[in-house]
Design a protein around this ligand. Structure first.
Ligand SMILES: Cc1cc2nc3c(=O)[nH]c(=O)nc-3n(C[C@H](O)[C@H](O)[C@H](O)COP(=O)(O)OP(=O)(O)OC[C@H]3O[C@@H](n4cnc5c(N)ncnc54)[C@H](O)[C@@H]3O)c2cc1C
Length: 586
């Protein structure tokens, strides 16, 4: 892909590796036939007719290369060109293949779909510090708000290697997966940072049992590609598929699923590397306290090396949507969605800046044929339309009004039927702005007991309006209660309010965000809810313990299993360090 972008003409005309689309083939044909015509006449009249022979090898090579790449686009080898030797029918068949037949919609033996990204968006491997030739690296997350300098970065590729690293490292260790958490949860100053993305293998898979065992650095998108052919789906994951399984389990993530909740509900067991380097297996029935501490535990007590996960059937799903007053949403959800056995995904989007109306979007299982051609979400090289809308909705006068009254009504008019795997395959790249230098987009999330939806919604709206927060969207999700993890954010059935907003990156702007997010933390604590921990670490120590009343159980376990405070990150530097001091540990 990179070669294609840097050398478009030479790639297009003179190399036969890779794929080109129908459009590119026509463009190339027009180009080389026009060039041939001009040069032919030039040589014929300016020199002599014989001199035109020099053009033929170039023309035939360009025809050959573009044709082979076009055949590759349909997953056919270049040998199909031999069909040209079959009089009439062979030639007609080739003309159809080269000029008219659509290419494969997914990656094939010869490469990715032309114009698509080769892979999901990834964070770097740790940036070098400019002008310093040491092993130190800057570990930052997707917002670019939380750079932390670590001693070195290690990337194990086997579980044994991971155990040895932990056993032989006597300095602090921090752990990162995809590094999409947004508050330094993956790094601590001067730590050895373990990048888990090298541990990305599938260990075992049972289509009948609907179970998969994976190394924890694998991403959801990789699992989807593997199981899609068996008509299976991940049971619970986030909306975007870029995240690693280890990172998702460590925050106890959730998606937009109906009748489900925290990912803990779909984890059979995990193999965890403890601070002394030993590997233990844990589940709800075996080494239970380790299981309850490691799922949603942000690497407090150990590194998840392997995870056994339950899968679900991949089904076709159809979208319906309805706009309503925000105060009517809860009743609508309980009447129409919560017990609807056909509903697979659901979310409600509250429209800023007035927060008075919401659009409920439900994806229900259907027997109808999908309206999209691919079973998995195709990756795009760039998302100019999405980028434009992100900018327009947050920066232009009436941007939010246009979204609510023009863009969304148009978008939701069309009939959409996807595969479940398709709808669970979004790429974070679609949210990337041109630059995050002066302003950036950030997430926040609040979990509210279902009966207290309206109470929290009113407090949230008041805070957003008072601080003039530039909110792009508030997405409502639903989750059943957690099986009992120590840092459970769903201690009972909850609604999640997922807030996507834009903030400036200056110190003053960051302080302002800290102020209003503490007010939001108070508001959610007042309704016996919790704020989500993968985001900016602004809540006070007292707020943390109010929102997570069982954190002390995790901390007691950590003090026992990790007495030297080996596993750390900004989250634990903020909330566990004070616990060590007051309890004389370490
Ligand atoms: C655009 C966007 C959309 C999101 N949507 C959702 C959503 O719909 N639902 C939701 O619940 N969350 C959502 N999140 C939050 C996301 O789930 C978390 O940030 C998650 O941790 C990302 O996974 P990761 O692999 O990037 O983890 P990282 O950010 O790399 O790590 C997160 C935490 O897990 C720890 N960790 C990582 N790997 C391991 C391991 N193998 N063993 C032990 N600890 C480990 C890290 O130390 C860190 O504390 C979203 C985030 C973004 C940026």
């Amino acid at each position: 892909m990179r070669l294609q972008q840097k050398l478009p003409v030479s790639y297009l005309l003179f190399t036969y590796n890779g794929r080109i689309s129908k459009g590119a083939y026509w463009l190339a044909s027009v180009f080389y036939w026009s060039a041939f015509y001009v040069l032919f006449n030039l040589l014929w009249f300016a020199i002599n007719p014989a001199s035109t022979f020099i053009l033929y090898p170039i023309l035939f090579w360009a025809m050959f290369c573009t044709s082979v790449k076009r055949l590759h686009d349909q997953n056919r080898s270049g040998y199909w060109l031999l069909a040209a030797f079959i009089p009439v029918l062979g030639v007609l068949w080739l003309v159809f293949l080269l000029g008219f037949k659509r290419g494969n919609m997914v990656a094939n033996h010869y490469g990715a779909v032309p114009g698509s990204a080769p892979d999901y968006f990834k964070n770097d491997n740790g940036r070098q510090i400019p002008h310093l030739k040491t092993n130190e690296r800057i570990i930052d997350d997707v917002t670019h708000l939380n750079p932390v300098v670590v001693n070195n970065v290690l990337r194990p590729v086997t579980v044994e290697e991971l155990c040895l690293i932990v056993q032989n490292t006597h300095t602090p260790i921090s752990v990162g997966g995809g590094r999409f958490s947004m508050g330094g949860q993956t790094a601590s100053p001067d730590s050895t940072h373990i990048d888990m993305r090298g541990l990305n293998q599938i260990i075992s898979f049972g289509a009948e049992e609907k179970l998969i065992k994976v190394q924890a650095g694998i991403r959801w998108c990789d699992i989807q590609q593997y199981i899609d052919g068996y008509d299976l789906s991940v049971k619970i994951m986030q909306t975007y598929a870029n995240f690693t399984v280890g990172g998702a389990l460590s925050v106890n993530a959730h998606g937009r699923y109906i009748g489900m909740g925290p990912v803990a509900l779909s984890v059979r067991s995990v193999d965890v590397v403890l601070a002394n380097g030993t590997l233990v297996n844990a589940s709800l029935t075996h080494n239970r306290e380790i299981f309850l501490g490691v799922i949603g535990g942000y690497n407090a007590i150990g590194i998840i090396a392997l995870a056994e996960l339950e899968l679900a059937q991949n089904v076709a799903i159809k979208r319906t949507s309805l706009k309503m007053k925000v105060e009517d949403y809860k009743d609508y959800f309980f009447k129409q969605v919560r017990n609807n056995g056909k509903a697979v995904f659901h979310n409600g989007d509250i429209y800023p800046p007035h927060y008075k109306r919401a659009r409920a979007v439900t994806w229900e299982e259907t027997d109808e044929k999908p309206t999209v051609k691919t079973r998995l979400m195709p990756l795009k090289e760039s998302y100019p339309v999405e980028r434009y809308f992100l900018w327009a909705f947050t920066q232009t006068p009436l941007g939010k009004w246009r979204r609510e009254f023009i863009i969304d009504p148009l978008l939701f008019r069309s009939k959409r039927i996807h595969w479940r795997n398709y709808e669970a395959g979004y790429d974070v790249a679609e949210l990337e702005p041109k630059s995050r230098e002066n302003s950036t987009y950030v997430l926040l999330e609040y979990f509210v007991p279902v009966q207290r939806f309206n109470e929290f919604e009113a407090s949230m709206t008041e805070i957003f309006k008072r601080y003039n927060v530039n909110v792009l969207n508030v997405s409502i999700r639903h989750a059943l209660a957690d099986p009992g993890t120590y840092l459970a954010w769903a201690r009972e059935e909850v609604f999640a309010f997922v807030v996507y907003y834009k903030q400036q990156t200056s110190p003053a702007a960051k302080n302002k965000v800290a102020t209003w997010t503490r007010e939001l933390a108070d508001a959610v604590i007042a309704v016996n809810g919790a704020y989500y921990l993968p985001y900016q670490v602004h809540a006070t120590v007292a707020q943390f313990h109010q929102a997570y009343p069982n954190a002390h159980q995790l901390f007691e376990l950590k003090a026992r299993l990790d007495p030297d405070y080996k596993f750390r990150n900004i989250l634990w530097d903020t909330y566990y360090k004070p616990y060590i001091k007051t309890n004389n540990h370490g």
